[in-house]
Design a protein around this ligand. Structure first.
Ligand code: ADP
Ligand code: ADP
Length: 219
């Protein structure tokens, strides 16, 4: 469960997020839709405890990220500019994260297989990865801790058509397992076959929070 209440973030004279309130329920794939610059990434980063709100609260499973001791076992996220040391292999990166988050080592090869980074791909330096492979690695990081809440910032960027189908199936399965799945995009067309619920924002403010079917019927 994700609960955002009267959340605001200002950068100098820019208000990136303004008095935003919404809830994301488990068991659904919820889209986070808005044009570039609408405040999606800033909101996700506040939910992850990477950016401090100017006002309001951003809660995951009833707690702010910083106060939660479990890290990747609490919430997993694919962030747009996911910070991976390019000199490491995908496997070494995941192994380091598993160690610092007290996740069993065996989980690393499980998630590598799940995202399709097997064989030589798992051993290559990340800096040689295509955008699609980086996305797959970012998704592996999100899955690593088997968390109840997952957030994906523009996950379809750089994926080939087969990758897009795979990732949609993955999101549906995660939701079916009862997890909270929150997926950002600037394109309604991407949401149509991906999400069942929508949070729509523009200029940092809430525009709609309803089912995709209801939103699409607005005309
Ligand atoms: P989105 O993810 O929807 O494209 P962002 O959250 O990245 O939107 O950005 C929302 C607004 O906040 C934009 O106007 C952006 O320029 C601004 N912004 C985001 N991060 C920073 C920052 N670190 N410093 C200053 N302005 C920022
Ligand atoms: P390290 O032991 O390498 O410092 P951290 O857990 O601090 O490991 O995070 C390493 C990287 O993972 C950072 O780039 C951070 O932004 C990212 N990160 C941290 N928490 C999460 C999360 N819940 N989901 C996805 N990425 C995360």
């Amino acid at each position: 469960m994700i609960e955002v209440e009267q959340l605001t973030k200002r950068y100098g004279s820019t208000t990136a997020v303004r008095d935003l309130s919404f809830t994301v329920r488990p068991g659904h794939v919820t889209g986070f839709l808005g044009p570039n610059g609408a405040g999606k990434t800033t909101t996700l980063r506040m939910l992850l405890g990477l950016v401090e709100p100017s006002g309001g609260t951003a809660m995951v499973s009833g707690r702010s990220f910083r106060r939660h001791p479990r890290g990747l076992r609490h919430v997993g996220a694919l962030l747009d500019a996911h910070d991976v040391h390019g000199g490491l292999s995908a496997r070494a990166h995941l192994q380091a994260l598993a160690r610092s988050n007290r996740i069993p080592k065996g989980r690393v090869d499980e998630v590598l297989a799940e995202v399709g980074l097997t064989g030589s791909a798992a051993r290559r330096r990340v800096r040689t990865f295509s955008l699609g492979m980086k996305q797959r690695l970012g998704i592996a990081v999100a899955l690593l801790g088997d968390p109840p809440v997952l957030m994906f910032d523009e996950p379809l960027n750089g994926l080939d058509p087969e990758g897009v189908l795979w990732v949609r199936g993955l999101f549906r399965r995660l939701a079916y397992e009862g997890r909270t799945v929150f997926v950002s995009s600037h394109l309604m067309s991407e949401m149509e076959n991906t999400a069942d619920e929508l949070i729509v924002i523009g200029r940092g403010e809430l525009i709609a929070a309803e089912s995709l079917v209801q939103f699409a019927a607005r005309g």
